[in-house]
Design a protein around this ligand. Structure first.
Ligand SMILES: Cc1ncc(COP(=O)(O)O)c(C=O)c1O
Length: 446
């Protein structure tokens, strides 16, 4: 098998003269949170990025197939985004929502123009966890109900309400954080009770939400939250009609429906700008982060004027939310997605890669499932296709093998058994072919 070669790039990273990776690792061990983890047996240090590529301290180039955990949406250091940030940085870095500023309002108008229905009132915060915390508050304030339904295998954040909504033991500390949150069965066709072959799986999984409402709550709920494709959970796609049926059950119980678009938003799924649109539903509240800012600390909650009214009367305030610099960045990101047709690119390039992955599945029995939409693709690895025993160590080895060849990828799922591929949406056909060659070689080398 020939060694995959990264497509050519007419760009030279600048020489790096900062501290070495070894020195940085030493400082990190001494001064940073010991609970965070590093990918790779020999950790990499990245110091520069350009488009879909990223460079380490030695000047080696990699195709960034994880995009800083599904965050680099339009490409590293996109000139339009950099210019918007620089321009604003030079004239006013911060004011506050106590005063008027054009950027936050213009960004809100632009963002609202991308959302369907009556979803138009924007709240800006700094992270996905904060966005979900606010959405939870909104659901409870609006409905007057307390109980929430979330899904097993979900990830919604690391603060206490995000952790409460999350349902994977990896991310849950042993402290009280889940009051009023009930977790329904994950609509996970590959591992759940209703598989891909069951045409009625969507209804059956949705019935579990109804069952949970009837048995575990007072019958009235504040709401339901779900990612449109479970991200940290290993890019799990829900069966057809699942969200539609579930939204009906939730609304019948007085609840609102929250779509967590932190990973699936901004065109990544290819056919639509938002992941929920692929399920033909309109939520009452949408939360977003990551790709919205292409790396800037920016997140948002968007809801209807009616629901927004429920937070009037008290002040909901966020010091940095929608600050002039991040608002300029957020607006520029949407402009790039539009001007460079990145949603369409996600569809086209995503289909090409998915097709290649499906072929690899026929070649390597360790690939149990290939799934995902657009440029959000997962490969679930199993030791045995019958037992579906998670191939955790092998998955980690595929990451190492791919890294050796210049491709960064991620992993997810409860056992770290699913490869996650979610690059900047500007990758091209040559990159796609490189990615497939790397996966082929990485699986062959196992
Ligand atoms: C779906 C989803 N929601 C919420 C979050 C939390 O976002 P943040 O890390 O910005 O707080 C994440 C982070 O990975 C996520 O994937």
């Amino acid at each position: 098998m020939k060694k995959p070669i990264l497509p050519p790039l007419d760009y030279q990273p600048r020489p790096y003269h900062g501290p070495s990776a070894e020195e940085v690792l030493k400082l990190r061990k001494e001064y940073l949170n010991p609970g965070i983890f590093l990918y790779y047996k020999t950790p990499i240090m990245f110091v520069e990025g350009k488009g879909q590529y990223i460079f380490d301290d030695k000047g080696h180039r990699y195709l960034d197939g994880l995009g800083g955990i599904v965050t680099i949406s339009v490409g590293h250091c996109h000139p339009h985004v950099v210019a918007a940030a620089q321009q604003q940085n030079e004239i006013l870095q911060h004011s506050t929502t106590l005063y008027l500023h054009p950027n936050i309002t213009q960004f809100a108008e632009k963002l609202a123009s991308k959302l369907p229905g009556d979803l138009k009132v924007c709240y800006f915060v700094n992270s996905g966890s904060e966005a979900n915390d606010l959405a939870l508050l909104m659901a409870r304030a609006y409905t007057g109900n307390f109980d929430m339904i979330a899904l097993r295998n979900a990830y919604h954040g690391g603060n206490s309400s995000g952790m409460g909504l999350t349902a994977q033991s990896t991310w849950k500390y042993n402290v009280p954080h889940s009051f009023g949150v009930h977790h329904a069965i994950a609509p996970y066709p590959y591992r759940g009770p209703y598989g891909y072959e069951d045409a009625d799986a969507g209804r059956k999984y949705a019935d579990d939400v109804k069952n949970l409402i009837d048995y575990a709550t007072p019958g009235k709920i504040a709401g339901f939250i779900a990612e449109s494709i479970q991200g940290v959970g290993g890019f799990v796609e829900f069966p057809e009609n699942y969200l539609k049926r579930t939204y009906e059950h939730v609304r019948a119980a007085g609840g609102v429906c929250i779509a967590d678009e932190v990973q699936t938003g901004f065109g990544r799924t290819g056919t639509h700008f938002w992941g929920f649109e692929t399920h033909d539903v309109i939520p009452d509240i949408v939360t977003m982060a990551k790709g919205i800012g292409n790396g800037a600390p920016l997140a948002a909650v968007v809801t209807t004027p009616k629901i927004a009214q429920s937070l009037v009367g008290k002040v909901h305030f966020n010091t940095f939310g929608g600050n002039p610099v991040v608002s300029a960045i957020g607006k520029a990101v949407i402009e790039v997605i539009e001007n460079e047709n990145l949603q369409e690119n996600s569809l086209k390039i995503g289909a090409r890669i998915r097709d290649g992955l499906e072929k690899l599945k026929t070649k390597y029995p360790i690939i149990g499932d290939v799934r995902g939409k657009g440029l959000m693709l997962g490969i679930e690895m199993v030791k045995d296709r019958q037992t579906k025993e998670p191939a955790k160590a092998e998955c980690a080895q595929v990451l190492e093998n791919a890294r050796e060849m210049g491709l960064l990828i991620g992993k997810g799922g409860l056992w770290g058994q699913t490869i996650r591929f979610a690059p900047p949406m500007c990758i091209n056909q040559a990159d796609a072919d490189f990615v497939i060659d790397v996966f082929d070689a990485a699986f062959a080398a196992l």
